[in-house]
Design a protein around this ligand. Sequence first.
Ligand SMILES: *[C@@H]1O[C@H](CO)[C@@H](O)[C@H](O)[C@H]1NC(C)=O
Ligand SMILES: *[C@@H]1O[C@H](CO)[C@@H](O)[C@H](O)[C@H]1NC(C)=O
Ligand SMILES: *[C@@H]1O[C@H](CO)[C@@H](O)[C@H](O)[C@H]1NC(C)=O
Ligand SMILES: *[C@@H]1O[C@H](CO)[C@@H](O)[C@H](O)[C@H]1NC(C)=O
Ligand SMILES: *[C@@H]1O[C@H](CO)[C@@H](O)[C@H](O)[C@H]1NC(C)=O
Ligand SMILES: *[C@@H]1O[C@H](CO)[C@@H](O)[C@H](O)[C@H]1NC(C)=O
Length: 487
Amino acid sequence: MAPLFVLLLLASSLTHGYAQLPPKTQSFISLLITQNGLDFVKDLLVDKAISSLISLQLPNIERTKKIPVVGDVHMGLSNITIYQIHVPSSHVKPGETGISVVASGVTCNLSMNWYYSYKRWIVDISDKGRAEVQVEGMEVGLTLGLENQEGSLKLKLKDCGSSVDDISIKLDGGASWLYQGIVDAFEGIIGSRVEKAIINRLTEGISRLGSYLGSLPKEVPVDDHTSLNVTFVNDVILTDSSIGFEANGLFIENNVSLPLPDLYHKVLPILCTNSSKMLGITLDEAVFNSGLAVYYDAKFMHWIVKQIPDQSLLNTAGWRLIVPQLYEKYPNHDMNLNITLSSPPVVEISNQKAGANIFADITIDVLEEDEVIPVACISLVIQGTGQVKINGNNLVGAIRLDDFTMTLKWSNIGNLRLNLIQPAVWTLVETVLLPYANAHLSKGLPLPIIRGFTLQNAEIILSTSRVAVCSDVAFAESNRHFFYFSE
Ligand SMILES: *[C@@H]1O[C@H](CO)[C@@H](O)[C@H](O)[C@H]1NC(C)=O
Ligand SMILES: *[C@@H]1O[C@H](CO)[C@@H](O)[C@H](O)[C@H]1NC(C)=O
Ligand SMILES: *[C@@H]1O[C@H](CO)[C@@H](O)[C@H](O)[C@H]1NC(C)=O
Ligand SMILES: *[C@@H]1O[C@H](CO)[C@@H](O)[C@H](O)[C@H]1NC(C)=O
Ligand SMILES: *[C@@H]1O[C@H](CO)[C@@H](O)[C@H](O)[C@H]1NC(C)=O
Ligand SMILES: *[C@@H]1O[C@H](CO)[C@@H](O)[C@H](O)[C@H]1NC(C)=O
């Protein structure tokens, strides 16, 4: 029975093998580059490629050719320099087999020195001068493969080719027979030298770009203690108008490896409604919750409050009317508040709002000489709404208080009348707890964007359990790491 079953499974996996998608790995951040984004990057690439070709010198060319009447003539071209390239149109198109980039109608102007020499009887005859060559109607095309190789991007040149339509040569000076002689001897080779130079530069540039992409860090530091895991997972998704990437996207604590939370894989659809944006980044709420869990585990979420805007609340006298028994037991004693989060805050995103629930215990400490005496502890569940914004390339937030509930956890000073304490606690949450949280949130989460690029005109879209950043990008010319062609 069992072997037959295995056989059946095998047979079915063979027949369906191609239809089955590879197993998906958990991904909580996805990134989509749209056609507009690809066009932007392609224009940068083409500009860089052009500027790297200007002033490029091609190797000298020499030929000996039989010229009617004149005889065997030794001719040469030297100091062959590209001084202008014009690319009137170029296109980039992603597809299942890779990303193709085509530049067409390319013209290229070159200047060079010509010379010739031959012997007439025993006399050496020679001449030299300048020439201008224009290579016209050139088409250059290449296909790039982009894949995820063990969590890093691997870019490779899969195919590359070029063709030339026409070459025109203009000579300054020289004998009348020379023109045709030069054209016959050099026309083909000039075209192929230019093609070869361009292809070499592109290949070199693509390989530099490839090693740059391949060496992108798998972790982006968020602060001294934590990083975001931006290891790529699953296959790069190439459609006919976009390229999609998925990354792990969860926080990691430096030097400590946390177990992956047991979450099912979610496909992160792109939520951008404006299809002309260059880029869409979608983050699952698990990204934020993993960050909060890391901070919680690192015990960053507790602190002793000794100063508050209304300092009278940190003396038992300030509580005389609402908690008289505290004042009676410890008259005019200074107090501390020991605020500890009892579990990690939880972020919940819906299409209306980004909400946060914070679970805090406030222990009231009375200070007596050198002694700290805890007298009561109140548990709070705070509900807030987060405002999510973009600052630079960071996703930043600010939280405002919607509501909270409180319960008395324990007390050494008898029962507390929570409804009387409520306004004071509200003030405390608004003036101490939330400003503290907001100071942290305002630093924000760095979005996985390659250095040199900055977000522009970003829009934020909320949806069930996720947030999307839909944006254009700008490129800072000062950043030379990307698109580097050797000069
Ligand atoms: C070589 O070409 C460059 C650019 O056209 C020109 O400035 C330079 O004078 C030339 N050198 C010689 C030796 O002809
Ligand atoms: C390049 O060649 C074309 C055609 O001969 C000409 O129109 C153009 O002015 C040339 N460019 C330069 C900078 O000389
Ligand atoms: C980062 O994510 C990758 C892919 O999900 C995973 O294999 C790796 O263990 C993660 N790294 C850490 C330090 O958690
Ligand atoms: C990481 O751990 C190693 C060894 O335990 C230690 O030497 C190093 O200082 C730690 N680095 C950080 C950033 O904490
Ligand atoms: C869509 O995005 C583009 C580029 O950022 C912008 O120019 C345009 O105004 C946006 N359209 C709408 C309807 O928001
Ligand atoms: C603050 O309160 C927590 C319990 O809520 C307690 O574990 C911790 O020791 C207290 N810290 C100080 C400094 O009193």
